[in-house]
Design a binder for this molecule. Structure first.
Ligand code: G1P
Length: 294
């Protein structure tokens, strides 16, 4: 039987170039979608998939991420004194349980592969999830739970994928599939035969891009240790996965749900609109406000 997935790596050190200047003093993954930071949704998604330990890979100036998941006696005390029970519950929902969160400094922005490698000592010798938090996924069951479910069926390594918008495959990691080697799960879980990071337009092996949820085996760390720089001069997770794929099984999961790229202005706006419209307490007011603007 496969080992259970208990830990998740959340690389959050990126500068958030596409959402500056907002991301100058607020780490991009703490920008709000409606009334909660992006990371709050992603941690909730991880918990729903059974994750018990969170490994945040942070950069300089991102202490606010640690503070967000820590208790704040001043705010909590004031809310308690004023009897604001509902807001207090919202504030407390995201608090980390003692010992369940680790924060690791990446120290230099050398790429996603390097960020994941920084987690090796905390992960140890067990399978783990990687979640790219700026890719916010609205899905039922939640996207990582779908990936864990796929992992429990086929083992090995799982990479969530979805069709890239027309003409945008060069911005992502792109996978090649063997649809005949699938498990028949509505055709959504298929054996992977290749992957490439940011292929030049016209050379992409398919239109399916790596969308930001992975289940990986710990052998990836030995490969990342000596992984040369790839696309964009960065140490790429995709390149290390392509090497691991010569030794272990990889399946691509076309998860059921919608992805919002919150590292992008319009993606963040779409997420705000979609999440507000999906909230029973806000939907009517949000719809009226949006319609009035159109
Ligand atoms: C990273 C990954 C890429 C993936 C993308 C999803 O790229 O390297 O494979 O498709 O995230 O957002 P980045 O966005 O850091 O350039």
């Amino acid at each position: 039987m496969s080992k259970r997935v208990r830990k998740a790596v959340l690389p959050v050190a990126g500068m958030g170039t596409r959402v500056l200047p907002g991301a100058k003093t607020t780490p991009k993954n703490l920008l709000n979608v409606v009334d909660r930071p992006i990371l709050s949704y992603v941690v909730e998604e991880a918990r729903a998939a059974g994750i018990e330990h969170f490994v945040f890979i942070v950069g300089r100036g991102q202490g606010a991420i640690e503070d967000y998941f820590d208790a704040n006696p001043e705010i909590e005390g004031a809310l308690e004194a004023k009897g604001k029970a509902e807001i207090l519950a919202d504030v407390r929902r995201d608090l980390g349980k003692p010992g369940e969160m680790s924060f690791i400094r990446q120290m230099a922005p050398l790429g996603l592969g390097h960020a994941v490698w920084c987690a090796r000592e905390v992960i140890g010798d067990e399978p783990f999830a990687v979640m790219l938090p700026d890719m916010l996924m609205a899905a039922a069951p939640p996207a990582l739970a779908q990936a864990v479910d796929a992992y429990e069926k086929v083992g090995g390594n799982i990479v969530a994928v979805e069709p890239a918008p027309e003409g945008e495959t060069h911005k992502y990691g792109i996978v090649a599939l063997d649809r005949k080697g699938g498990d028949g799960q509505n055709g959504r879980l298929n054996r992977m035969t290749g992957m490439v990071e940011k292929p030049p337009l016209g050379t992409e092996p398919s239109n399916l891009f790596i969308s930001g949820r992975y289940i990986l085996q710990p052998e990836i760390f030995q490969i990342l240790e000596t992984q040369p720089r790839g696309a964009g001069g960065e140490i790429q997770l995709t390149d290390a996965m392509a090497t691991l794929m010569t030794r272990q099984d990889f399946h691509a999961l076309e998860y059921e749900g919608t992805t919002y790229d919150c590292g992008d202005k319009i993606g963040l706006l779409r997420a705000n609109v979609a999440f507000a419209l999906a909230r029973p307490d806000l939907a009517n007011e949000a719809r009226a406000a949006i319609e009035a603007l159109l």
